[in-house]
Design a binder for this molecule. Sequence first.
Ligand code: HEC
Ligand code: HEC
Length: 234
Amino acid sequence: MSGVDGRIRSDRASARDREVALLKTVSIGMVVAALAAALLAGCGAPGASRGQAVFNTCVPCHGENGGGIPRLKTPAIAGQPEWYIARQLEHFATDVRGAHPDDMEGHRMRPMARTLYRPGDLAAVAHYVATLPAVPAPHTLALADTANGSMRFNTICVTCHGADAKGNVALGAPKLVGQWDWYLVAQLQKFHSGMRGAHPADTLGAQMRAMSLTLEDSTAIHNVVSYIETLPNH
Ligand code: HEC
Ligand code: HEC
């Protein structure tokens, strides 16, 4: 590469390389810390406190209160329904979710789900996390066209996630209100690109993937997430 254009391009490329390197360092550090905690949790007492002991291994990434940490790209998990948490943990542990080569966040969550191999651990932590009080996430994105988002939500998403976006156990659709806006955007993009919901064993993910394809571009995704952000949390 030569000339000003070339220099700008290579400056940008090296800035991007540094960003990726930084994210990788942070990720590896978090995984190591969490795996060490998982090892210690193995010594804990069984029974009611088991879920809490296992949850300590989630804290470095999802936060003390399970509210998620934007810097680490982790979602709020506290107070999500037990059946949804358990299914996601099973899917991460069996590569049904998070195994796509480009899914950097999935690559951080998968080894954690794999530490839940002791009989009862997965169920215990899913139960414990579901009993934690929900921590409604603050808004981080500017609201886009909420009227357009409402039209989309109330013709498509409402069928499974409900008018209040609190989810539907019979349809396996999770609660969306209270979740971080950037995380909802990221997941819709992952479904859209096939990073999530494309594994042959992911029947429910495939349904959601089909729905994500009705959102034709990032503006449509931003609009529908903006509408969800206007719904009450409680
Ligand atoms: C090393 C960091 C890390 C640790 C430790 C960790 N997670 Fe995660 N977790 C993530 C990331 C990153 C994501 C987001 C994945 C994505 O974007 O698809 C995630 C996603 C999840 C999800 C999906 C939530 C949703 O709305 O779909 C659940 C459930 C979850 N984690 C539970 C746990 C539990 C329970 C533990 C402890 C046993 C744990 N995590 C430990 C990083 C971590
Ligand atoms: C046919 C039912 C159905 C419809 C319609 C539907 N969804 Fe979903 N959605 C699901 C299911 C099931 C899941 C959970 C998939 C899984 O288990 O990984 C899901 C998951 C999601 C997630 C991921 C949440 C998380 O915590 O990771 C988001 C975001 C989402 N849906 C948004 C939407 C939006 C926006 C629409 C409308 C454009 C929509 N959904 C329409 C069934 C549906």
